[in-house]
Design a protein around this ligand. Structure first.
Ligand code: P6P
Length: 348
């Protein structure tokens, strides 16, 4: 006879990602099975990347730069290239995902054998925060699943240029002391931890709710000279308040994960060099905005909800203010006050 404690731990170890997806959708129908299988393949991608990272310091040719530059104008690291390929490989011969759009690829990548059947598109940042990879600090992968609408004959993927509320699912994989898989299908945000002994992501926290407010703010203050005066006023404000704490890791997924669990706000405003900010909408800010709204938080450009932004191009960037409702609203109040002052100055 299995005792209560054993039954609990057995039930817990059996709450795998693919089972949880079916439970969330309350269906065993074809679409539910597809999404469950897609999550399973994304989990495999996470395990492959985590394994590669764990031995990176011991193997030749894993760390460092490839010598090439991506569509973003950024130097590509070997881990970026490897991770990008992993996501493609896990979906080949899957019949699930027809098209992949990645931070690392100028245009979407098609998997022809999947296209007649698989009507889903995967948008992803294969390695977010890759500057941390060579120094063994947290990095992540971010993903978003959308329905492919139409046959996309000319390969321009215009159906991807829609707002973030069209996302079917979104999430991230955090490569930290443990590897975590966090996702939402629009029915709450759920976190799984990789059990290396099982090779499975096991449910660790369900229906995560972000605190309404917190004293943590996360921003690269080295960009202070490049910000609008309104953002500088917000930073001056938090500097003058007792109790605020600054936390910034250089990896969006890592900073977002802290805020999802403990509350606070992450911001990457527009700068002189990048007026629209550095972060990309379709595979960075929109997926995280989807998650944070599901967790009771908010994500804004400072003027507009991130999920309402309609991109004009695949690699569109947006400013990002994301986290606890009250913290986001406070940053917005400074930004919008600045916008009003600028408009009044123009009309004088
Ligand atoms: P900065 C990593 O390159 C990234 O895209 C995000 O993960 C991170 O939050 C941000 O850029 C860091 O940018 O300009 O502060 O180094």
């Amino acid at each position: 006879m299995v005792n209560t404690g054993q039954k609990y731990s057995l039930d817990r170890d059996c709450m795998t990602l693919s089972r949880h997806v079916l439970q969330q959708l309350q269906s065993f129908g074809p679409e539910a099975q597809d999404l469950s299988a897609i999550m399973g393949r994304l989990a495999l991608a996470g395990k492959l990347i985590a394994r590669h990272l764990s031995s990176a310091g011991l193997m030749e040719g894993v760390l460092g730069f490839t010598g090439s530059t991506n569509v973003q104008g950024e130097s590509v690291k070997k881990i970026d290239e490897y991770a990008n390929r992993v996501f493609i490989s896990v979906f080949e011969q899957s019949g699930l995902v027809c098209r992949l759009a990645s931070e690392e690829m100028d245009k979407p990548y098609y998997i022809p054998e999947n296209c007649p059947i698989g009507r889903y598109s995967l948008l992803y940042d294969p390695v977010d925060g890759s500057s941390n990879s060579d120094i063994n600090l947290n990095i992540g992968s971010i993903f978003s699943i959308r329905q492919q609408e139409g046959m996309d004959e000319d390969g321009q993927a215009r159906d991807l240029l829609q707002n973030g509320r069209k996302q079917l699912a979104a999430g991230y994989i955090l490569y930290g002391p443990s590897t975590m898989f966090v996702y939402s299908l629009g029915t709450g945000v759920h976190a799984f931890a990789l059990d290396p002994s099982l090779g499975e992501f096991i449910l660790s926290r369900e229906n995560i709710q972000i605190p309404e407010s917190s004293s943590t703010y996360s921003v690269n203050e080295g960009n202070f000279w490049q910000w609008d005066e309104s953002v500088r006023d917000y930073i001056r404000y938090v500097h003058e308040q007792e109790g605020y704490t600054a936390r910034y890791s250089g990896a969006l997924v890592s900073d977002f994960h802290r805020i999802l669990y403990q509350g606070g706000v992450f911001l990457y405003p527009g700068t002189v060099k990048k007026p629209q900010g550095k972060l990309r909408l379709l595979y960075e800010t929109a997926p995280l905005a989807f998650l944070v709204e599901q967790a009771g938080g908010r994500a804004s450009t400072g003027e507009t909800e991130i999920l309402d932004v309609v991109p004009e191009k695949l690699h569109e960037r947006t400013p990002l203010i994301i986290g606890s409702k009250e913290n986001v609203a406070l940053v917005e109040s400074f930004v919008q006050q600045g916008t009003r002052a600028s408009q009044e100055a123009v009309t004088k």
